[in-house]
Design a binder for this molecule. Sequence first.
Ligand SMILES: NC(=O)c1ccc[n+]([C@@H]2O[C@H](COP(=O)([O-])OP(=O)(O)OC[C@H]3O[C@@H](n4cnc5c(N)ncnc54)[C@H](OP(=O)(O)O)[C@@H]3O)[C@@H](O)[C@H]2O)c1
Length: 314
Amino acid sequence: MKAVVQRRYGSAVLGELDVPVPGQGEVLLEVRAAGVDMGTWHLLTGKPYLLRVIGFGFRGPKSPVPGRDVSGVVSAIGPGVAEFSVGDEVMGTCDGSFAEYAVAPVKQLARKPAGLSFAEAAAVPISGGTALQGLRGVQPGQRVLVLGAGGGVGSYGVQIAKALGAHVTGVCSTRKLDLVRSLGADEVFDYTAGDFTGTYDLVLDCGGNRSLARLRRALTPRGTLVLVGAETGGSLTGGFERALRAAALNPFVSQKLTMLMSAERGDVFDELRVMIEAGSVRPAVDRAFPLPEALDAIECVYSRRSAGKVVVTI
Ligand SMILES: NC(=O)c1ccc[n+]([C@@H]2O[C@H](COP(=O)([O-])OP(=O)(O)OC[C@H]3O[C@@H](n4cnc5c(N)ncnc54)[C@H](OP(=O)(O)O)[C@@H]3O)[C@@H](O)[C@H]2O)c1
């Protein structure tokens, strides 16, 4: 099969590999599309270096093929799989989705939402799942601020918070304002023109690496901060210190300061399927690249040239 092959951090080429064989609890997917997000860039480059220490491969990547978000058709079933059959259309996560075939654990799969293309479905799992998990507990009428609202996680954050009945404010750069409004944000701030104002019951922080002090000033006295991630923290720890400081401070303040470690779970992806089929969430796919241009797709996300989501089609 054709695949993007990555033997060491920082370089990958289009090559040929054997089609993988599904093991216990796994299925073989004929991949139709693969999602791209900042995590794809992190796993391609091995940066921040903290990633290598926490289990993604010290000297080189554990998976020889990049890509985790996937949509496709089940083409073979491993032992012990009752949830899916050959021919089912699915979305989820796996190792090595930048390839014509990939093996996925069934625990990380859900059915593809009716009415979505494979390209759109591949844009759902990681970013949509992260936003959904970050917004757990939001109540109708609460005020939610989404920082990085024009990005992958943020574009779902705006829509999911609206679907939960919140009043949503999005913060993004000038060229993403229209997108964020179209996703349903009640208010939008262009951070290049000045800082946002107001206080919020929940801040979903997906971009900008603002200080904890600034983020706490944006919260009501019992508000919740959800640190999702930022890209300005340096190549050693990627800004993880901010999350550690939030965890250390959390027991001593009335606000709830949390760092999100989103889980890749089929039941979460299935919740997203239900929201998508109900019409309250729609993937904002900006660009699709063919498999031979997968590295351009990653660069497009890394350099923030995309708005919303980028996918690779196979
Ligand atoms: N914790 C987890 O489990 C988890 C899961 C998924 C992703 N992440 C991390 O979460 C972060 C977001 O992921 P993503 O896939 O959404 O990335 P993304 O698509 O690059 O989105 C980040 C957005 O933040 C915007 N931004 C940059 N500076 C900003 C500022 N000062 N104020 C407001 N927005 C700003 C960026 O574009 P503009 O500059 O054009 O506005 C971009 O649209 C990444 O660091 C990623 O690694 C964490």
